[in-house]
Ligand binder design. Structure first.
Ligand SMILES: [Zn+2]
Length: 203
């Protein structure tokens, strides 16, 4: 082999057929890996097609669901990376977006029927932003309150039915008394029109 030839690592190596072959194969492997990466399936308004950009671990691209915080930052707005060139501008835009979304949501809620609004507020309460532990505690508290309300209503119904039973018992006692009096009056004074007198009261 001549000096300065294409031995591996030697001076002519980057130009050698063998090197080029290795590089071609590596590039093809790289392209295949890229092609196989999961793509974002979000609807792209620009084309009406799925977005198809490279997806992050959450299955959406950085535009369609990137960097949505979980854990203690769940549902809270994120600030743009402070070192980004347009960080200030993006931050302003974000604040404006949030204000616009809130106003829109308030309008939607105002237009709802009271039942729909209550359901929407329950839905919202179950997904309150922030710490998941606080969210779970609030959910438990709401559930306990609902249970207590149900129990109190049940008690009230029960008390009412008890009262009704007492009244019914009093009525039947009075009726029995009336029947007794009628029988007595019928036996002692046939001409006494007690029946007409009592029917108006006890029917
Ligand atoms: Zn996307």
């Amino acid at each position: 082999m001549k000096r300065g030839g294409s031995t591996r690592g030697g001076p002519g190596w980057p130009q050698s057929l063998q090197f080029r072959q290795i590089a071609r194969e590596a590039a093809a492997r790289g392209r295949a890996t890229q092609r196989a990466r999961p793509r974002c399936g979000a609807h792209a308004r620009s084309s009406g097609e799925p977005c198809n950009a490279f997806a992050l671990s959450n299955g959406r691209c950085r535009h369609h669901g990137g960097l949505t915080p979980s854990g203690k930052r769940y549902g809270l707005p994120t600030a743009p990376a402070p070192r980004a060139k347009d960080a200030g501008e993006r931050f302003e835009r974000k604040l404006a977006d949030i204000a616009r979304r809130r106003a829109g949501r308030a309008r939607e809620l105002a237009a709802m029927s009271p039942e729909d609004r209550a359901a929407a507020e329950r839905h919202r309460a179950d997904r309150a932003p922030g710490d998941p532990a606080k969210r779970a505690a609030a959910r438990r508290r709401r559930q306990n309150n609902a249970d207590a309300r149900a129990l109190l209503t049940e008690r009230a119904d029960h008390a009412q039915s008890q009262e009704a039973a007492e009244i019914a018992a009093a009525i039947s006692a009075l009726r029995a008394e009336r029947d007794q009096l009628l029988a007595q009056s019928a036996a002692t004074a046939e001409d006494h029109d007690f029946n007409n007198y009592t029917d108006g009261v006890f029917g």
